[in-house]
Design a binder for this molecule. Structure first.
Ligand SMILES: Nc1ncnc2c1ncn2[C@@H]1O[C@H](COP(=O)(O)OP(=O)(O)O)[C@@H](O)[C@H]1O
Ligand SMILES: [Mg+2]
Length: 382
């Protein structure tokens, strides 16, 4: 009798555990199906068949949590899993990303240092298309800047900073940011510049200075303020900009990679002598660069005081180039301010291109210490 009871309870236990397993399995299967259709809805041409995507989702629902929790594995390459795409988990937030790379989908963008491709932020209900920037350059500084600037309004939305978890010695980081379907401002201007009104141009300048003011307040200079590094977004019927690409950002002026900006086209006079730049000098060279950027936005042409070709001409001594550059800016500022005053528009309360230009003239003051700070520019543009 006793052994019969023992046998009976063993069978019950087996049945219960197998039904729990079956339930768990159907649950995972249902979640994977839900995720598959949600992903296919949010990303129509993700370059994968429904079946490939389902297998990835099922792996995420079943195998992945064990690997993350027990073995602390965060990177699942295609060769390891035999799935159609690589999967990566952010160890801090546990967010899961499916990297699409360039398998049957075009690249999202490419800059001087980074390649940008699409990834999917996994969720069974609200998956999102996101941007994945990766590089083969060591980029610890950028990773630090991305972590420090995460969540700062006015800047490109940072979702995750991923270390190369395949190789603990690697100092290459990749980044997941919000995907901006309208792309960067440089491309956007080429298509839409003729349709911008003055109030749009003013809004763009205000958006940029908002982002830069917040960066500067956190002690970071941007140092690469070309139009490609502003991303276009839309809020309540209006087109807006956010500041992006922190690849050259420096905190407290600490950098081994000298230089005021990426090239000569936005370079302040003191940037011709990069070895002398330190600390807050970079905040001031950012302001000069923004003066040039605002002029471009306002008039859709290169700033007339900049002559990148002459600045980089090493046949002329550095001292002479520096002196001539300062002279050129001073002449331009003097003459232009006179002309602007004559129009009488500087005194008017209403914003006009002339009033914005008067602010630009302050920003490009050859004396870096006489330039307004980002907070002052922001309040002048308000
Ligand atoms: N989140 C994004 N959304 C849309 N386009 C992006 C995004 N991230 C990068 N890009 C595109 O990729 C280009 C290069 O990215 P960026 O971060 O500026 O790299 P780099 O440091 O090499 O210049 C950008 O100019 C833009 O066109
Ligand atoms: Mg860039």
């Amino acid at each position: 009798m006793k052994s019969f009871i023992q046998f009976f309870s063993l069978i019950t236990l087996l049945l219960l555990s197998s039904s729990a397993y079956a339930n768990e399995h159907t649950d995972a299967h249902k979640k994977a199906q839900k995720a598959t259709s949600a992903i296919r809805k949010c990303f129509k041409n993700c370059g994968m068949s429904k079946d490939e995507l389902y297998k990835i989702a099922l792996f995420i629902e079943t195998e992945l949590p064990k690997q993350v929790e027990t073995n602390r594995v965060y990177y699942f390459s295609r060769t390891k899993t035999k799935l159609a795409r690589t999967i990566e988990v952010d160890p801090h937030t546990k967010k899961i990303f499916i990297h699409l790379q360039r398998h049957n989908v075009p690249e999202l963008g490419r800059g001087a240092r980074k390649n940008v491709t699409y990834s999917i932020l996994y969720s069974t209900t609200k998956p999102r298309k996101v941007a994945h920037s990766h590089t083969t350059y060591p980029n610890e500084n950028e990773a630090q800047a991305m972590s420090d600037l995460k969540g700062v309004p006015g800047l490109c939305k940072i979702i995750a900073v991923l270390s190369d978890s395949r190789n603990t010695l690697s100092n290459c980081y990749s980044f997941i940011t919000k995907y901006y379907p309208r792309g960067d401002f440089s491309h956007y201007v080429q298509k839409h510049s003729n349709s911008f009104k003055f109030k749009d141009r003013l809004r763009f300048c205000r958006d940029i200075i908002h982002g830069i003011e917040r960066m500067h307040n956190k002690g970071y200079a941007h140092r690469d303020l070309g139009l490609r590094n502003f991303f276009v977004t839309r809020k309540r019927k209006h087109v807006h900009l956010v500041v992006a690409d922190f690849g050259r950002a420096v905190s407290g002026g600490n950098t081994s990679e000298k230089g005021a900006q990426g090239g000569y086209s936005l370079c302040a006079p003191e940037g011709l002598k990069p070895h002398l730049l330190k600390g807050d000098d970079y905040l001031r060279t950012d302001i000069f660069a923004l003066g040039c950027v605002f002029y471009k936005i306002l008039y859709n042409k290169k700033p007339c005081w900049m002559q990148a070709r002459k600045l980089r001409n090493t046949h002329v001594s550095l001292h002479t180039r520096h002196k001539r550059f300062i002279h050129r800016i001073e002449q331009y500022r003097k003459q232009r301010l006179k002309e602007l005053k004559k129009t009488g528009k500087l005194k008017k309360k209403r914003f006009s291109p002339e009033r914005v230009e008067a602010i630009i003239l302050k920003m490009i003051n050859p004396n870096p210490h006489a330039r307004p700070t980002a907070s002052v520019v922001r309040s002048l543009l308000q």
